[in-house]
Design a protein around this ligand. Sequence first.
Ligand code: Z5A
Length: 213
Amino acid sequence: MGKFITFEGIEGSGKTTQIRAMGDFLRRRHISFLVTEEPGGTPLGRKIRKILLNRGTFELSDKAELLLFSAARAQHVKDIIVPALKEGKVILCDRFSDATIAYQGFGRGFSLDFIRLLNEFSTNGIRPDLTIVLDLPVKIGVKRAMERIFQKKEEEPEDRFEREHLSFHEKIRKGYLSLAKHAPERFRIIDALKDIETVQKEVQFHVMEFIKG
Ligand code: Z5A
């Protein structure tokens, strides 16, 4: 079986940057890996991602949002995660079921028990083996994310969540730290305020320690 590693954190915490660097590191060591993301990772997931992250012209209810993330995850697990695990790959996944607990549970206020049940249903009980949380103050994370969005200059920017109040992002950060506190065997928290190279060294350390196991 492969190894399922997820990267979590508030927006702009550096997940994409670190996953890319970790992929390069594994490639140089000839370790077979797969990079994927949620929402996304499959053709259906990418369509759902557009609905969820672009501002759009219609309102999305909190319930519809929760179910769309779950629908994308169900397809992602079936088409991408399970086959890659069977092939023995190391999976580097940008967000997974913990994101739903953090955003829709701690952030939007849905029952955590209900979300856990929904997560079990959409994942068939598949959970990450290791979860890296990149932690930093929300003001800095949102600033980094907005700068990246402006740099990209997309016609339909993926900024629906970044436009939430800072208090929403504070709840997400607290949510991740609470999840990590309750499952220290799976979570590793990294201070994402440090420079990119220092963060990368810490990510490498935890990932390689886990892989060598
Ligand atoms: N969401 C949800 O609500 N429920 C769910 O179940 C799931 C997701 C799965 C999409 O996630 C949104 O969906 C997300 C939660 C919600 N909310 N939002 N927005 P996403 O992962 O696709 O989007 P994101 O979190 O906004 O990703 P991001 O903005 O791309 O952030 P990132 O990947 O963590 O950061 P980055 O792109 O690597 O870095 C951002 C910028 O900071 C970039 O210019 C870097 O060069 C810079 N950077 C990175 N690291 C550093 C350090 N260490 N120092 C200085 N600058 C840095």
